[in-house]
Design a protein around this ligand. Structure first.
Ligand SMILES: Nc1nc2c(ncn2[C@@H]2O[C@H](COP(=O)(O)OP(=O)(O)OP(=O)(O)O)[C@@H](O)[C@H]2O)c(=O)[nH]1
Ligand SMILES: [Mg+2]
Length: 101
């Protein structure tokens, strides 16, 4: 998790299925921190070039993203290796940067 003021970026290895439950609890533990109150959240499911990667819906379900009601939440599936969807991530970060508002 990175936050320099705002927004929040949380990167998950979508191909490491066994680690998703830990990622879920760590994310939800972070979101109760007062310093992150209401801060927009972008969750990235990385490594979608791998055949074992979860689908977006499966990742959203397993991370419990639909239960987060106190802020804007977005999820993109990406591959840093193959540069998939990185442009969408950059656009989201620009749109949600403090300088843009
Ligand atoms: N296939 C793939 N590999 C990536 C991607 N992004 C980063 N990596 C590689 O993933 C490795 C780091 O993975 P992490 O999950 O952070 O570390 P790790 O759990 O020790 O390593 P893994 O066993 O590969 O999961 C590095 O070797 C990166 O080069 C991606 O989009 N696709
Ligand atoms: Mg890993």
């Amino acid at each position: 998790m990175l936050w320099y003021g705002e927004p929040c970026l949380y990167v998950v290895d979508a191909a490491d299925r066994d680690s998703v439950p830990v990622s879920r609890s760590e994310l939800h533990d972070l979101l109760v921190k007062p310093s992150l109150n209401g801060i927009p959240l972008l969750v990235l499911g990385n490594k979608i070039d791998k055949s074992e990667a979860l689908s977006k819906q499966a990742l959203v379900d397993q991370l419990g993203l639909e239960s987060i009601k106190d802020r804007e939440v977005c999820c993109y599936m990406i591959s840093c290796k193959d540069s998939i969807n990185i442009d969408a991530v950059i656009d989201w970060l620009i749109k949600h940067s403090k300088a843009a508002r």
